[in-house]
Design a protein around this ligand. Sequence first.
Ligand code: TYD
Ligand code: MG
Length: 448
Amino acid sequence: MAFLCAQCGHRSVKWFGRCPGCGEWNSLEEIQAAGKDSVVDSTWLGEELRSISEIDLKNVHRLPSGLVEVDRLLGGGLVPGAVVLFGGEPGIGKSTLLLQMAEAMARGVGKILYVSGEESEGQVKLRANRIGANSERLFVLSEQSLHRIMAAVENIEPLVLIIDSIQTTADERVAGEAGSVKQLREVCSALIQLTKTRAMTTFLVGHITKEGSFAGPKTVEHLVDVAIYLEGSRTEDVRMLRSVKNRFGATHEVAVFQMTGKGLVEIEDPSRFFLGDSDHPGQPGSVYVPVLEGTRPILIELQALVSPTGGYGVPQRRCTGLDVNRVLLMLAVMEKHLEVHIGGADVYLNLAGGLDVRERGTDLGVITAVLSSLRNRALSGRTAVVGEVGLSGEIRPIRRLKERMAEAGKLGIQRMIVPKSPRIGKPKGLEVVEVEHVSEAIEALSFE
Ligand code: TYD
Ligand code: MG
C-alpha cells in the first residue's frame, strides 16, 4: 500500500493529514500498486525478438519542423513517435511559436492538429492572423477533454499533435482537477501511448512556475522523449529555446528568436544580433566575450560601470544577465590578487542584448570590464577575453575554446586573451595571448 500527494507527487507508505512534501492538507490519496492481477501474456514465444544488428533504421526519417533553428535544436527534425515537452512561463510565446511551426509543417509535410485548452478557436484564429497562418491542413480544436482530443486524432490522423497545454487537459474518468499530479500523469501516459501507436509526433505545452521549474511532477519530464524550454525576459524581445533532455540528439542546445509583431523570428547569427552594427567597445568598461550557449559560441558585449559610492552609502553591486554571486567572487579576486580596491565604489554590470549567461567563461571578462571602467580607459583595438578565474587568481581552461576563437575571428576581433591550453589551433588573422593568471591577463591588455 502506498499514498501519493495529489499536489506535489510526494510518495509515502503511511497516510498523513498534511503532506510531508508540500505541506498541503488532505492531499494524500491511496494508490494501488500493480500487483498479481496485472495481465501478462504467457503464450508469447518471442517470435519477434531481433538482434540489434537486424534493426533497420532506414524507416525512421525525421520530419522538418519548418523552422531551421528548431530542427537543429532537436537534432535534425521531429522523430515519429516522439513526445516533446515544451515548457515556458506564461506569456513568453509558446503558443505563438507552436502555431508558427504548425503552419510551416501543415504547408510542408501534412496534417497538423493544434488543440487549445486555454483559448477559443476564435482566439487562436486571431493569433494565426497575426503570424499569417492559414493552411487548410492545419486543424484547430478548442478542447480540454482527453477523450475528445483522442477521438479527434483518430478522425483527422495528424502527423503532428500539439496540446496547449497539458495543465488544461483532463481525463474525465480520473478524479482530480486538470493540472493535478494524478491528471498530468494520466493524460501524459495516454497521449504517449497514442503517439507511439500512431507514429505521430506530439508537443505538450507545459507551464513553468516562477521558480523556473515545470508546474507538475518531475515524472512528466521523465516520461517524455524530449524536453525543451522557451526562455526570455518580458522587457526584452529575445527568446531562447533550450533543450534540456533529448533522447534523439544533443542536449543543452539553444535556438535564438526575436519576438516581433508577426510572431517569433529565428536569429541564425546570434553574435551579429547581440553586437549590432556598432563598432564599439572602444568605450571604457566594455569588452567582447565569446560565451557558449549549448555548443554554440556567441560573441557578446559585456559592460561595467564603476562609480564612487556617494556619502556613507553602502556600495551597490548589480548585474543583469550574469550571476551576481560569481561577480562578487571576481571582485574579491581583484582585491586580493590585483590589488584593485573597489570597496568604495558601486559596480554595475550588464550584458548587451538581453542575454542571460550562466557560464564561467565570462569571469575574465567581468574583471576586464570592471578594470576598464575603473581606470576610465577603453581597451584598444577589437579585443576579446575569455576564461574561468579560480580563487587564487589562476585562469582555467574552458570548453570549446577553438570554436569561440573562430567565432570571434569571424566577427572582426583582432586580439584575444585566452586560458593557456595545449595545442590550440589559432585562427588566421587573430592574435592569441595565452595566460595562466589574472595578473598576467591584465598585463596583456592594452588600454587606449
Ligand atoms: P503567447 O504565445 O500567447 O505566450 P504563451 O503561450 O507562452 O503564454 O504570446 C504572448 C505574448 O506574445 C503576448 O504578450 C503578445 C506577444 N506577441 C507578439 O509580440 N507578437 C505576435 O505576433 C504574437 C502572436 C504575440
Ligand atoms: Mg499559450
